[in-house]
Design a protein around this ligand. Structure first.
Ligand SMILES: [Zn+2]
Length: 261
């Protein structure tokens, strides 16, 4: 088997395992619970889940999608997150030429995308972007920036990312008396600045705002009045930043070519 395929399959499997851990994060971090103790247990009957009932994907199928003790249906979310995390890790690995020089980049891409996927799911469900994820995200982003020698750009990115959203929220509050954006969004933009440097921020803010406005209007039109109308902004930031992380150079080249020709 060739190396690229072998690496892709291995990382896909590791991603599935990590997806299993991500389920714990998505479930417990917004509640402020520990992600280590207690061990996995059924939310209904509180029985501990044995290791052989806790194998990603496989146990879910073997158990017939039910708790062994109380028959509570196990949500689709668990296998879906495991599968999607495995798929993301495999996809990133497939498109990264496997070589010693690319290993840190591969790690950086996987850390960023995994964090953003977990944050997206938490934000959609709870409207929170917990510090327990964004703070380590900022720290690891800076660490990668230091390794790749753009620490200064990343530090400016953290400060300007946080400051820019803080300012927008401040002005919005002054004008309307309402809170438009959560503190979590400030910290997420700071994290994105840490990972990609301040140069990424104009694109991320612009694209996430435009896409957010379009999708937000569609959702508002489809919803009847009186229903929940707030829409979390984190997922749009996550989507725009993934585009920039993987295609930023091409986008810049294309933009410059418009003016050069
Ligand atoms: Zn149970």
């Amino acid at each position: 088997m060739d190396l690229q395929l072998f690496a892709t399959l291995s990382m896909g499997l590791l991603g599935i395992l990590f997806g299993s851990f991500s389920n714990v994060c998505v479930h417990r971090i917004p509640l402020g619970q520990s992600i280590v103790t207690p061990g996995s247990h059924c939310p209904q009957c509180k029985n501990d889940i044995a290791w052989y009932d806790n194998i990603p994907l496989i146990s879910w199928v073997l158990l017939g999608r039910k708790c062994r003790h109380c028959n509570l249906a196990i949500s689709w979310r668990y296998p879906l997150l495991e599968l999607s995390m495995g798929g993301l890790w495999a996809l990133i690995t497939w498109f990264t030429p496997i070589a010693p020089q690319t290993s840190v980049y591969l790690l950086q891409a996987i850390v960023l995308v995994s964090l953003l996927w977990i944050l997206t799911l938490i934000d959609l469900e709870t409207f929170l972007l917990p510090n327990a994820l964004t703070f380590p995200g900022i720290a690891s982003g800076l660490l990668f920036a230091w390794h790749f020698d753009y620490l200064l750009d990343a530090l400016i990115g953290v400060i300007s990312g946080y400051g820019f959203f803080w300012l927008i929220a401040f002005l919005f509050y002054k004008a309307t008396g309402k809170e438009g954006m959560g503190q979590g969004d400030f910290k997420l933009l700071a994290m994105l600045g840490a990972f990609m440097g301040w140069q990424a921020l104009p694109f991320i803010v612009l694209v996430s705002s435009v896409v957010g406005a379009i999708i937000g209007s569609i959702i508002l039109l489809l919803q009847r009045k009186g229903l929940r109308s707030e829409i979390p902004f984190g997922p749009y930031l996550a989507m725009a930043s993934v585009v920039w992380f993987f295609f930023g150079t091409q986008i810049l080249d294309w933009y410059q070519s418009l003016w050069m020709s």
